[in-house]
Design a protein around this ligand. Structure first.
Ligand code: GTP
Ligand code: MG
Length: 238
C-alpha cells in the first residue's frame, strides 16, 4: 500500500483545520450554499496540487470534472501568478472534463484510469457532484434510480482514490433556506450516498463580504473547530 499524500489548501487556517490539507486515498466533500466558495476552492487546489512536495503540493496534475461549466482558466492564471508560478505550465497540468449529463459524468470516471496514470493526476475534482443528478431526476419515483447511479459514481471516485493514490475533492450544493426540504445544512443534497463514502466532510458558509467559515462535520479524527478564510486574489486565502 502506498503512503498517503497530503495537498496544502494554500491557507494556514484551512490546513490547520484539515490537519495539513487534503489527503490522497480519500474523498473530501465540500458542501455549502451557492456562493460559499466551493468552486473557488477547487480552482485554488488546481494550483496547490502542482506545487512541489517541499511546498505542500504533490507535484502532480489535476482532473477537473466540471458539471456546471464553471471552470475558469483565467481564474487559475490569476491564482498561479499570485503564487509566483508559471500560469501556462499550470494550465497544462489540468485536464478539464465537461460533463453534460449524469451518464456522461459517470462515463468520464469509468474511462479516466489511463489518463490519470499518463498525466500523473494527483487530484480529481468533482464540481458539482450532485447538480446534474438533481436536475435530471425529479420526483419521488425516480429517487431510487438516481441514488443508484450516484452511488456508482461515488464508488468509482473512492476506487480511483485508492488505486492511483489520488485525492478527491467533491463539491455538493446545499440550500440555506430554513423551510427547504434540505434545510439542515449538515445534510447534503444527494443524501447519504455521498456522505458515507466521504472520508472528510467540510461545510462552507458565508461570514461576510469575502469572509467564509469552514467547519468539519462528523470526523472522528478532527476536533469540531472552525476556520475563517477569505475569497480573493489567491483564491481561498487567509
Ligand atoms: P455554487 O456553485 O453556486 O453552489 O457556489 P460556489 O460555492 O461554487 O461559489 P463560488 O466558489 O463560485 O464563489 C463565488 C464567490 O467567490 C463570489 O461571490 C465572489 O465573492 C468570489 N469570487 C469569484 N470570483 C472571484 C475573483 O475572481 N476574485 C475574488 N476576489 N473573488 C471572487
Ligand atoms: Mg460552484
Amino acid at each position: 500500500r502506498q503512503s498517503i499524500g497530503m495537498i496544502t489548501t494554500g491557507t494556514d487556517a484551512l490546513d490547520a483545520l484539515l490537519g495539513g490539507g487534503i489527503e490522497t486515498q480519500a474523498i473530501t466533500e465540500v458542501f455549502g450554499e451557492f456562493g460559499s466558495g466551493k468552486t473557488q476552492f477547487c480552482h485554488t487546489m488546481c494550483v496547490t496540487t502542482q506545487k512541489p512536495k517541499e511546498e505542500g503540493g504533490l507535484g502532480g496534475g489535476v482532473m477537473y470534472i466540471d458539471t456546471e461549466g464553471t471552470f475558469r482558466p483565467e481564474r487559475v492564471v490569476t491564482i498561479a501568478k499570485a503564487n509566483n508560478m508559471d500560469p501556462a505550465k499550470l494550465l497544462d497540468g489540468i485536464i478539464v472534463a465537461r460533463a453534460y449529463n449524469s451518464s456522461h459524468q459517470v462515463l468520464i470516471l469509468e474511462e479516466a484510469g489511463k489518463t490519470i496514470q499518463e498525466e500523473n493526476i494527483k487530484l480529481i475534482i468533482s464540481d458539482s457532484t450532485t447538480g446534474l443528478f438533481r436536475s435530471e431526476y425529479l420526483g419521488r419515483g425516480t429517487l431510487a434510480s438516481r441514488q443508484q447511479k450516484l452511488g456508482r459514481y461515488i464508488r468509482l471516485l473512492a476506487r480511483i482514490a485508492e488505486t492511483y493514490n489520488c485525492a478527491v475533492l467533491a463539491t455538493n450544493q446545499v440550500s440555506s433556506s430554513p423551510d427547504s426540504f434540505f434545510g439542515d445544512p449538515t445534510r447534503p443534497v444527494g443524501g447519504n450516498v455521498v456522505g458515507h463514502a466521504s472520508t472528510y466532510r467540510i461545510y462552507f458558509r458565508k461570514g461576510g463580504k469575502n469572509k467564509r467559515v469552514a467547519k468539519i462535520i462528523d470526523s472522528p479524527h478532527h476536533p469540531a473547530s472552525e476556520a475563517v478564510f477569505e475569497l480573493g486574489e489567491r483564491g481561498v486565502q487567509d
